[in-house]
Design a protein around this ligand. Structure first.
Ligand SMILES: [Zn+2]
Ligand SMILES: [Zn+2]
Length: 259
């Protein structure tokens, strides 16, 4: 779609929102419900824009900007960023969503005359990204911050009792609670342990279930496409997946393992 030609309406972006919704359904049912509710109410807030930026849906960004749906210069809910725009720039850079990145970075100007500079910018981002190859991502389900960047915390319970001999309180024991909390919004993050987060930071481990791929192996999958002319299936796309949870290996892992 030629994005710069007209002011988009909500119906123009509905299909794109729907595509994101489908991706989220597979990724995280909890976020999917939240996202679908917002789309249903036509409430395009920072959370919706976060996923538009993550999956590189420029149309949605253009829609909210052209129609003044939301002021991107207001403070982000994610305290690591000064504004929603800064947050979206960071997200689109992390996920290599260059269309969105360049659009936001170019002060929303996008015309055919500057196509060339747009292309130059993409390659700049590209190079920069290649230097620090890999940054693991685990999103807080409450505020969408990557907690591996903004931090997470655990609590330790220390018990004391009074000791008569020493006439003071003494530490009895320490117990680390295994609940993980988001540094940004302080919410408890269910279904994650510090062990899983540590595993996710290692390129050897599956990004979803945290298992060590060098121990459990990987699955090579070939998607077959039906070719009408020959009436048979031919190999089309090849992916490498975790044999335990089926998560696809990311680009850095493929490069690392020479796949
Ligand atoms: Zn959070
Ligand atoms: Zn896995």
């Amino acid at each position: 779609m030629k994005i710069n030609e007209k002011i988009l309406s909500f119906s123009d972006i509905y299909n794109d929102l729907d595509e994101i919704s489908k991706k989220l359904y597979l990724e995280s049912p909890e976020i999917w419900i939240d996202f679908s509710d917002k789309v249903g109410e036509q409430k395009l807030d920072e959370m919706v824009l976060f996923y538009a930026a993550k999956f590189n849906y420029l149309s949605i960004l253009k829609y909210v900007i052209d129609n003044n749906v939301i002021d991107l210069n207001i403070p982000s809910k994610n305290k690591s960023y000064l504004s929603i725009k800064e947050h979206l720039l960071a997200v689109s850079k992390d996920y290599k969503s260059y269309d969105v990145y360049n659009y936001l970075d170019g002060d929303y100007k996008l015309s055919e005359d500057n196509t060339e500079t747009e292309i130059n910018k993409s390659s700049e981002v590209n190079e920069e990204k290649n230097h620090n190859d890999y940054f693991p991502v685990f999103l807080c389900p409450h505020c969408n911050t990557n907690i591996l960047k903004s931090g997470y915390k655990v609590y330790e319970e220390i018990s004391f009792s009074f000791s008569q001999d020493k006439s003071k309180s003494q530490e009895l024991n320490r117990k680390r609670d295994n609940k993980v909390f988001c540094n940004n919004c302080n919410s408890n993050i269910d279904n994650v342990t510090t062990e899983l987060l540590e595993n996710m930071c290692s390129i050897n481990n599956c990004k979803k279930c945290g298992k060590d791929l060098t121990k459990i192996g990987i699955t090579e999958k070939i998607k077959m496409k039906f070719k009408e002319e020959d009436s048979k299936f031919i190999g089309d796309e090849k992916t490498y997946n975790c044999p335990s949870c089926d998560e696809e290996l990311n680009e850095s892992q493929k490069k690392y393992f020479n796949l």
